[in-house]
Design a protein around this ligand. Structure first.
Ligand code: URA
Length: 423
């Protein structure tokens, strides 16, 4: 294979064969194709796109660039969910244990937050002692013992994606549907779950801003998953406003626990149930959907889902006492209320602005090497449809830096729009 011939072929709109794609990716993973040739190919793909077959070949090549996990010894059907990410998206924390109460094993490999998008791993790491770095055999042990486990990506899982994603990040080639599809799917397929459910976000704080692009990504993920023998479903959901009343890390864990205690904000609970339903329904197609929904609600009401969560935390070395004593989670030095400048009914909370505020409070990172403040974030956030009086809090800013919180008050006020405000 001559790398530049493949780059030229894609640059000119040609279709790469399965063999060409596999050869290129394995040489890139091995280090014999340099970054500059890989980035040239990524840019050619960005402009010319890929057919469904090419995307499947790229996914397969990246998936097989490292280890794949086998679940044939697991007595239960396996399922996982992937969200394209957003603000306040703590769903995995509730969904994994909830689905596990229904006889579905949930092996989940999650990522870290970057920019304004939060990451499940950072949230979990605010739990004292919780170990996100399990080996594959420990991961399998927890899934078999508890029914669910959430860990971080290991170095041997889809290493081609780890290399290529870092390269795309600095070469302007992230927003390409075939490249995003292959990146997400290679990790999810290597993780081995038989069923995959996607939560494709669309809106101001989402990766995909328009419905049209979000739909294209959704179809690409589902078609690629199905063509590779997995059961797949996807929901297209809004990311114009944050999910729930918290955004950050420890605060989101706390809100997830409230939801598992059958309380928590209605939007967070509903989406958790909707996605869980898809995972269980695909795993047990003979079970009526209404019966599954009732069973999921019952698992929240009875505390069964909370109990699974507790077991998962313990099995991964975490101290579960925070479930009943939330102050055992990292606490901010400063909690500054943001007073409403007007009276009125909230018509919108801008998720993008909230994400930027969390980042500036120290709750997320701008580079993968940044260290985040797990206690930083936003809580007690108002939601659409609620009425507030002038001076009442719109949210609290949590941080270790009181001056930073003070400097963000105006921005925080600008995040909330009122339908019928009175000064
Ligand atoms: N998430 C991923 O894992 N990969 C992408 O390319 C984009 C989002």
């Amino acid at each position: 294979m001559v790398p530049q011939w493949l780059i030229e072929k894609k640059r000119d709109g040609g279709i790469l064969s399965d063999g060409e794609i596999h050869d290129f990716i394995s040489a890139y993973t091995a280090g014999t194709i340099p970054d500059y040739q890989m980035s040239a190919l990524a840019m050619a793909i960005y402009f010319q796109g890929m057919t469904t077959e090419e995307t499947a070949s790229l996914t397969d090549a990246m998936m097989h660039s490292g280890d794949t996990i086998e679940w044939s010894d697991c007595p239960l059907p396996t399922a996982d969910k992937h969200s394209t990410g957003g603000i306040g998206d703590k769903l995995s924390l509730m969904l994994a244990p909830l689905v596990a109460t229904q006889g579905v094993a949930v092996p989940m490999i999650s990522g870290r937050g970057l920019g304004i998008t939060g990451g499940t791993l950072d949230k979990l790491e605010s739990i004292p002692g919780y170990n996100t770095r399990l080996s594959v055999s420990e991961f399998k042990r927890v899934v078999n013992q508890v029914g669910c486990s959430i860990i971080g990506q290991t170095a041997r899982l889809a290493p081609a994606d780890q290399k290529l994603y870092a390269l795309r990040d600095v070469t302007g080639t992230v927003p390409s549907i075939p490249l995003i599809t292959a990146s997400i799917m290679s990790k999810k397929l290597a993780e081995g779950a038989a069923t995959l459910v996607f939560d494709v976000k669309c809106g101001i704080a989402a990766f995909m801003k328009t419905r049209e692009n979000a739909t294209k990504l959704l179809e690409s993920l589902v078609n690629t998953g199905k063509s590779m023998g997995r059961k797949c479903a996807a929901l297209l959901t809004s990311m114009d406003q944050p999910l729930g009343r918290t955004a950050g890390n420890a605060v989101e864990v706390n809100e997830a626990v409230e939801t598992l205690k059958n309380a928590g904000p209605a939007d967070t609970r509903k989406l958790t149930l909707d996605l869980s339903l898809e995972m269980v329904a695909l795993s047990y197609p003979e079970r009526p959907r209404e019966q599954i929904r009732d069973a999921l609600e019952a698992a929240l009401a009875s505390g069964a889902a909370l109990e699974k969560f507790r077991q998962m935390v313990e099995a991964q070395g975490g101290d579960p006492r925070f479930i009943d004593s939330p102050t055992l989670l990292p606490q901010p030095k400063c909690a500054r209320e943001v007073p409403s400048p007007v009276s009125g009914t909230v018509s919108n909370v801008n998720a993008d602005t909230i994400g930027r505020i969390v980042l500036q409070l120290g709750g997320n990172r701008t580079a993968t090497t940044d260290v985040i403040d797990l206690a930083a974030g936003v809580d007690q956030l108002v939601q659409e449809g609620e009425t507030v009086e002038t001076g009442q809090p719109l949210m609290r800013l949590l941080t270790r830096d009181a001056a930073r919180a003070e400097s963000l008050i105006q921005l925080a006020q600008s995040a909330v729009t009122f339908g019928n405000s009175q000064a």
